[in-house]
Design a protein around this ligand. Structure first.
Ligand code: ATP
Length: 280
């Protein structure tokens, strides 16, 4: 069993990975029940550290989630990331840009949702869509999206300089597992709303998405904004690895409770006097 799952899935800097070479199914010897237990423990520790981050009000955490359809962003948010205190945590889902969003630069809507000091922001999709779906569907000319890697790097550097810790996580599933999940959705009426012909059509573009992800990960991977690729064919292992990544990141931030400014002895005395008076 691995001791440090988080660093195992961190992509080394200046490295070009081939997604096809990255496992989607491995579990590093973990069993399901044991992994679930550890995830629950991690969530409790994450919650404690997020509380400290919130009261410290000095740093922020941005968690970027990118994934092919059905890789489980929603489940991950529900079961792991969404367990943090809503006071101080925000989830933002980036959809097809609205008219007003399109009238601005691509980072405008992203920056507006970046976390303030003390906050954790979870991006369900992100500015990376602007070099993924936009590239694959040729929504802007190549000369435009090519320059975005540079823009993204400068933007993330700026957020980091301003005190935001950034982690970027790609949930990696196999085309076969995706097909299984689509099939499952067809059989579950409560999941029918999630189905769209478009998602099926996107499957034909799988190699193009892979190339786009590989570029984005190679070109926008930095010490202050690292990429992680998480095997996600098994939900419980995906949840475990992401909880390890977030926990390790919060431990690195090491947020501190603010110093005590009140005169605790004086407060204690007042309290004791009131208690005595009540007894009399
Ligand atoms: P989920 O993110 O939970 O899988 P979904 O697939 O149901 O959501 P939608 O509600 O359709 O998603 O919205 C997300 C869609 O918006 C995706 O198809 C995504 O590719 C698209 N999108 C996000 N950002 C951009 C962008 N900058 N340009 C074009 N399309 C984008």
């Amino acid at each position: 069993m691995s001791i440090d799952l988080a660093s195992q899935y961190r992509i080394p800097l200046a490295t070009r990975i081939r997604l096809a070479d990255q496992s989607t199914r491995e579990t590093q010897g973990w069993e399901k029940e044991q992994a679930k237990k550890r995830t629950t423990e991690n969530i409790a520790k994450i919650d404690e550290l997020q509380y400290r981050l919130f009261v410290e009000q000095k740093r922020a955490l941005l968690i970027v989630l990118q994934a092919p359809d059905a890789a489980g962003k929603d489940g991950l948010i529900r079961r792991v990331l969404g367990q943090m205190n809503p006071q101080g945590t925000r989830v933002h889902s980036f959809k097809v840009p609205t008219e007003i969003e399109r009238a601005h630069d691509f980072l405008w809507r992203i920056h507006a949702n970046a976390p303030a000091k003390g906050e954790v922001a979870i991006f369900n999709r992100s500015h990376y869509e602007d070099v993924l779906v936009v590239r694959v569907h040729q929504l802007v000319p190549e000369a435009i999206w090519q320059r975005r890697f540079e823009h993204i790097n400068a933007f993330e550097r700026m957020l980091s300089d301003a005190g935001t810790e950034i982690v970027k996580i790609m949930l990696h599933i196999s085309p076969r597992e995706q097909l299984e999940r689509f099939k499952e959705r067809l059989e579950m009426p409560e999941k029918h709303w999630k189905l769209s012909e478009g998602d099926y059509r996107e499957r034909d573009l799988w190699p193009k998405y892979e190339a786009a992800f590989e570029d984005a990960i190679a070109l926008c991977n930095a010490e202050h904004a690292p990429w992680y690729i998480v095997p996600s064919d098994r939900n419980w292992f995906r949840d475990l690895v992401v909880s390890e990544i977030v926990l390790a990141t919060l431990q690195r931030i090491d947020p501190q409770l603010p110093p005590v400014t009140a005169d605790l002895k004086a407060i204690k005395k007042l309290l004791e006097r009131e208690e005595r008076e009540q007894k009399d």
